[in-house]
Design a protein around this ligand. Structure first.
Ligand code: URP
Ligand code: ZN
Ligand code: ZN
Length: 475
């Protein structure tokens, strides 16, 4: 038999082309593209469907320590199951260091949580919270060498925020090793100042979370992160950009020829700070950082996606249960927005939202959708061309979409560990009906058929964007 599987009759799209063709799969890889491919053990009928590279969500938080008494809603099994239902074939969660911890031990601990418990493939970014000499001089370079080729630094959050000096030191290691630095850009001191002032005025409800981190807090930190990266001459990815002012900082840097990349997320396209105004504690469901903003910010984020300022669209999935004393309604969180755990679920809804609001409504092409949802993530994070495209030799990581299917996002349809979706009630056109990882279905026609141990850990090469003179992310 020539192939294990042939996916027949679908419309295939990559980041650059859309064409009618069949896909022949052998040993987990794409072995042929064309028509009349011959025999296979199994023929999958994809007529009337789109066959796209499986989504890669390069910004998710899974089973991450989140403070005393707070528990994240997803372990690796539930997060990767939910991701698969959302058309994803790979996620990149963070292995988060806390102060005083060995980075190597942190990575070992995350592997223990993940290995054998993933429905789809995974790879880890690092989070550097303790920029000690041992971490920067030994552990980090060794881990980059071992395939952990990107790391995130925070300019805010108690226990995580790095000083400018520490950022410069971390960026220097990135320059020496070729790793890619991801930056959470918000000004920590400004947030502390504004939070204290709001609390003194009795403004403690979830809605004041947005007031404690207004646009200038993000714009200033974005500008500073770019300036620090420019000093070191190192590429940088500004993650979860929420508004036009921060987006324009990135655009200006790109226009000056700097290797500055940007990411935005669904919450900045379809939510606003008004969502934080729910009765009682309902607003806590939308507490994430940076916060959702206003309609003008949403338009700016769309512009960033359409015009190529943002090269990746990720979920920043960071799920907590709402009605749970270990989640959004943690006892301390009820006393002030300051203590509400930051983050919202979104790994399952990222792609339906981008497809519906973007492709179905004519804001972006199908090829741009593929670039933003898969290909650019693979290129940015050292996975291309094994992942993120449909080409002979690539892993058969595919999502089959029904582009006409209409539905409404609601918690009852979700497959993760949270008890709510912040996107409840949003009408969508287009839905991923099947997801296949390395030639095996994980979700088939809306049903889970994959196994919890089927996902593999994938070590990564250096980012194409951090290596000089190698390819480029499309627009
Ligand atoms: O509120 C958010 N975004 N939580 C997740 C952690 C982060 O900063 O990405
Ligand atoms: Zn962040
Ligand atoms: Zn995040």
């Amino acid at each position: 038999m020539a192939f294990d599987t042939i996916i027949r009759g679908g419309t295939v799209a990559t980041a650059s082309d859309t064409f009618a063709c069949d896909i022949g799969i052998r040993d987990g890889r794409i072995a042929a593209l064309g028509t009349q491919l011959g025999e296979a053990k199994e023929i999958v009928d994809a007529r009337g469907k789109l066959v796209l590279p499986g989504g890669i969500d390069s910004h998710v938080h899974i089973a991450q320590p989140s403070g005393p008494g707070i528990v994240m809603a997803d372990d690796f099994a539930s997060a990767t199951r939910s991701a698969a239902f959302g058309g994803n074939t790979m996620v990149l969660p963070f292995a988060m260091q806390q102060k005083g911890e060995s980075l190597r031990e942190v990575v070992t601990a995350y592997h223990k949580k993940a290995d054998g418990h993933c429905y789809i493939d995974v790879s880890f970014h690092l989070i550097i919270a303790d920029a000690s000499d041992a971490v920067l001089g030994q552990e980090l370079p060794a881990l980059v060498h071992d395939g952990y080729t990107s790391f995130k630094v925070f300019m805010t959050y108690e226990g995580l925020a790095l000083s400018d000096l520490e950022m410069l030191n971390v960026m220097s290691v990135a320059r020496e090793t070729g790793a890619l630095v991801m930056v959470h850009a918000e000004n920590y001191d400004a947030i502390r100042f504004l939070t204290d002032r709001l609390e003194r005025a009795g403004k403690t409800a979830p809605r004041y979370h947005a007031a404690s981190r207004p646009v200038p807090v993000e714009r200033e930190a974005t500008h500073r992160a770019i300036s620090l990266a420019e000093l070191i001459d190192v590429p940088v990815m500004i993650v979860h950009v929420s508004n036009g002012a921060a987006m324009e900082e990135i655009r200006r840097a790109q226009q000056r020829g700097l290797k500055v990349y940007g990411e935005t997320c669904p919450q900045y396209l379809v939510l606003t700070e008004k969502d934080l105004e729910g009765l009682n504690m309902e607003g806590a469901k939308y507490v994430c950082s940076p916060p959702p903003r206003d309609a003008a910010s949403q338009r700016a984020c769309w512009q960033g996606l359409e015009q190529g300022v943002f090269s990746v669209f990720s979920s920043d999935h960071c799920p907590f249960r709402y009605d749970d004393p270990q989640g959004k309604l943690a006892p301390k969180g009820r006393t002030s927005f300051r203590w509400v755990p930051n983050g919202i679920p979104g790994v399952e809804t990222r792609l339906p939202i981008l497809f519906s609001e973007g492709v179905a409504k004519g804001r972006i092409t199908l090829n741009r959708f593929v670039a933003l949802s898969a290909t650019n993530h693979a290129r940015m994070y050292g996975l291309y061309p094994r992942k993120g495209t449909i080409a002979v030799g690539s892993d058969a990581d595919l999502a089959i979409w029904d582009p006409q299917r209409k539905g409404t996002i609601t918690q009852a349809l979700m497959h993760g560990g949270s008890d709510y979706t912040p996107y409840e009630g949003i009408a969508v056109t287009g839905w991923p009906v099947s997801t296949m990882v390395r030639g095996r279905f994980v979700v088939r026609d809306g049903a889970l058929v994959g196994r919890e141990d089927a996902g593999a850990y994938v070590p990564r090469a250096l980012s194409e964007m951090a290596r000089p003179a190698h390819g480029s992310v499309s627009g």
